[in-house]
Design a protein around this ligand. Structure first.
Ligand code: PLP
Length: 372
């Protein structure tokens, strides 16, 4: 998709906020524990390359991505730090993982069988950096019990070029106030770690929530994701131990301002009827930008005033009710500060009954990202 640079709609990403969030987290980590910045899904919609640079400036020593392609994107942009692909990668791509020196999860015995078959016919000379994934209760990917993990590690070590570089798990409820399920997962992983005959280079269990709310004695690296972007992983539930600085601002402009008479209809389906003469502004953002139709009824900021979205959000535009006439070209803030007021990704998530992660990832590539 082409970014629409000739439209007055922008996402502004504040690099300094990202660097500062990383610095604040590193300052809390026990000495020697590394921080890998999670920049999957195009840096949670913020732009993977720029976020990775800002995170590195703050002290991140490696990166996590979700897919092989995302890892290659970082390598081709010149990043030489360790990169871990978090999702399962098909064994036919082992040569690419080796070529780009991307670490990857080994998550099942079945995968190892396929890898053995593949490596019997394809010679790979560069190291294959395997991180054994343990499913301690997330139910997503990973070996499910200690015996399977130990068997998996033994098998892995017999495969040509394969290096047992890491072991990890992922917590399902680290962002919740009730720590019971977290403790069960924690205990299961600790038990497995203690039974390992040798420890790999990287042991990692912490996402942002774990890093923020669980004084975690396990591991020597954290996979720092959503907090990197200044977003609280728990939403409203738990308070972060340091101020998280939101990195993303989403702005546009009024492209048309008009007064409509009482009874005028606005938008598809003519669902809104002006109860009296009103000033209406049109904003060039729509559901094709990830600004969903359900955003109808939400308010955006114009000169520090909340203005409600009226009628249905269109594919490329929506309309707002203005308190009075504003000049065309006036700035509209969809996310960020405007005068004394602020709209957060969390506010949008609340309106949509979802999480800010999803809101950020949905912002489409049509919106140019400016980095400041
Ligand atoms: N580790 C894994 C395996 C993940 O899937 C994710 C994100 O979904 C993260 C770390 C980062 O999580 P967060 O963004 O909550 O910090």
């Amino acid at each position: 998709m082409v970014a629409s640079i000739h439209r007055p709609t922008r996402i502004i990403v504040h690099n300094e906020a990202i660097s500062q969030n990383v610095k604040n987290e590193i300052a809390r980590l026990p000495k020697g524990r590394e921080l890998f910045a999670v920049v999957k899904a195009n840096g949670y919609g913020h732009g993977a390359i720029a976020v990775a640079k800002a995170a590195r400036a703050g002290g991140a020593t490696g990166f996590c991505v979700a897919t092989l392609d995302e890892g290659i994107e970082l390598r081709e942009a010149g990043f030489t730090e360790p990169i871990l692909v978090l999702g399962v990668v098909d064994v036919v791509y082992l040569p690419l993982l080796a070529e780009y020196q991307l670490a990857f999860p080994v998550a099942s015995e079945n995968w190892l069988v396929q890898a053995r078959e593949y490596l019997a016919t394809t010679e790979i000379t560069a190291p294959l950096l395997a991180h054994v994934k343990v499913d301690t209760g997330m139910g997503r990917i990973g070996f499910q019990d200690k015996e399977a993990v130990l068997r998996g590690i033994d098998t892995l070590k017999t495969l040509p070029s394969m290096v047992f570089e890491g072991i990890f798990t992922h917590f399902a409820t680290a962002d919740e106030a009730d720590g019971q399920y977290y403790q069960e997962q924690h205990a299961a992983f600790k038990d497995i770690l203690e039974s390992l005959p040798e420890k790999p280079r990287y042991i990692h269990v912490s996402n942002s929530a774990t890093a923020l709310w669980h004084e975690e004695e396990l591991g020597n690296m954290v996979r720092y994701g959503v907090a990197l972007y200044g977003l609280n992983p728990s939403g409203h539930t738990l308070e972060a131990s340091y101020p998280l600085q939101p990195a993303l601002e989403f702005v546009s402009q009024l492209v048309q301002v008009k007064q409509v008479p009482q009874g005028a209809k606005i938008g598809y389906g003519a669902t809104y009827t002006a109860p009296k003469a009103e000033w209406i502004g049109t904003v060039p953002v729509g559901y094709a930008d990830g600004w969903l139709r359900k955003m109808s009824g939400f308010s955006v900021l114009v000169e520090g005033v909340y203005c409600e979205i009226i009628g249905r959000v269109c594919m490329d535009q929506f309309m707002i009710r203005l308190p009075h006439e504003f000049p065309e070209g006036t700035k509209v803030t969809l996310v960020g500060k405007n005068k004394e007021q602020e709209i957060t990704l969390q506010d949008i998530a609340d309106h949509l009954d979802t999480i800010h992660y999803e809101v950020a990832c949905l912002l489409s590539e049509r919106i140019p990202r400016d980095y400041q």
